[in-house]
Design a protein around this ligand. Structure first.
Ligand code: TXA
Ligand code: MG
Length: 341
């Protein structure tokens, strides 16, 4: 299959291109599209065969449910059966935006998207291309991140093409995404509501609006959100995460990894090692910059097939918590240098 790529203005996407993409969705095809977090791989959420193809092309385990994207709150009625006051309050504050709500599913619809669970994950993305595509398709769109299962999520159309080129009908290209990591997943069928995946909307932001919110404990999380069980976001190379660097720890870890061969480094402290086999990507020490650049940096270094990629962590608070969650799940080895010393 030839994958068509259409370039779009992120603010004012061309009507003709959106119509073409919507027709593909309505005909049961697959369209990758930008959101404010990462690129999604979309299909008509109500069309079981189309959603089945998402699992196929991503190589996604069939028990890992998908997020359904809507363009207006009223669309919820097509897929969710009970939406309480608390959920409505969250929607009015955070939608459109990077918050996914797990709600009770309307029986008989979107069974494939929900992987057979009686709940359904829904969000309204804050991105003109995504919203116009959903509107024009006149159906909710099921969309996981548009990467091969297990690989870092795509923040640019090039990442999508690299993983899924030749396997899907169309990629809508509006450049790189703004946030860079996936939405917060909040289970509002639980009391108190539970965060199944941390993201840009932090626990503090949610609690300020609706009161107590818990982080789902790992066993619970496994039961409720099958996706969290799988290894995620990983480059092919061994990822070594330095959680809390102590003085000299970056140099010593890089030195140790260089014994295995060429390595990559991502962090905000430049290693003092002079070695042409060390390729560094230096980012500002902020969760915003890490989130926006981390997946692209992992993909870029991975292309050079290094023996390892060493990543320097950031402060695990606020938005940093979501970044560190992704890094921990991608890591083969986690070093807490502050504790070791
Ligand atoms: O920002 C995002 O959320 C991106 C963009 C494209 O919207 N999408 C995304 O989808 O990250 P995906 O499929 O890569 O991650 C969906 C997560 C998985 O951890 C999955 O297990 C969880 O949401 N999930 C989906 N439906 C669920 C449900 N009914 N109950 C619990 N967890 C669910
Ligand atoms: Mg994903």
């Amino acid at each position: 299959m030839r994958t068509e790529i259409l370039k779009l203005d992120p603010e004012r996407p061309d009507r003709g291109a959106i119509e073409l993409a919507a027709r593909i969705i309505r005909d049961g095809g697959l369209v990758a599209f930008p959101t404010e977090t990462v690129y999604g791989l979309g299909a008509d959420a109500i069309n079981e065969a189309a959603v089945g193809r998402i699992f196929e092309v991503k190589g996604r385990p069939p028990d890992n449910p998908l997020i359904v994207h809507i363009s207006r709150p009223e669309m919820l009625e097509l897929i969710a059966s009970r939406v309480d006051q608390r959920a409505r309050l969250l929607m009015s504050h955070f939608w459109p935006g990077p918050l996914t709500l797990v709600l009770e599913r309307k029986p008989g619809v979107a069974q494939m998207a929900s992987a057979g669970l009686n709940t359904i994950a829904v969000r309204m993305p804050k991105n003109a291309v995504a919203l116009e595509l959903i509107e024009a398709s006149r159906t909710p769109i099921a969309a996981p991140s548009a990467n091969t299962s297990g690989r870092p999520s795509p923040t640019s159309p090039e990442h999508v093409a690299c993983d899924l080129g030749g396997k899907i009908e169309l990629i809508l290209d509006s450049g790189t995404t703004t946030i860079g990591i996936e939405s917060t997943v909040l289970d509002v069928t639980a009391d108190p509501p539970a965060i199944l995946r941390p993201g840009w909307i932090t626990r503090e932001m949610l609690a300020e609006l609706i009161g107590p919110v818990e982080m789902a404990a790992s066993a619970e999380k496994l039961r409720r959100s099958p996706g969290t069980r799988y290894r995620h976001y990983s480059p092919r190379a061994r990822l070594v995460l330095i959680e809390a660097p102590a003085s000299g720890s970056i140099d010593s870890v890089c030195g140790r990894m260089l014994e295995r061969g060429p390595i990559g480094f991502i962090g905000h402290t430049r290693p003092r090692i002079e070695d042409p086999r060390l390729l560094s990507i230096i980012l500002p020490d902020s969760p915003e910059d890490y989130a926006r650049s981390i997946y692209a940096a992992l993909r870029e270094l991975d292309q050079r097939q290094p023996a390892a990629i060493v990543v320097e962590g950031i402060n695990d608070a606020g938005h940093g918590a979501a970044v560190m969650d992704r890094l921990r799940r991608a890591a083969s080895e986690i070093i807490n240098a502050a504790q070791e010393n």
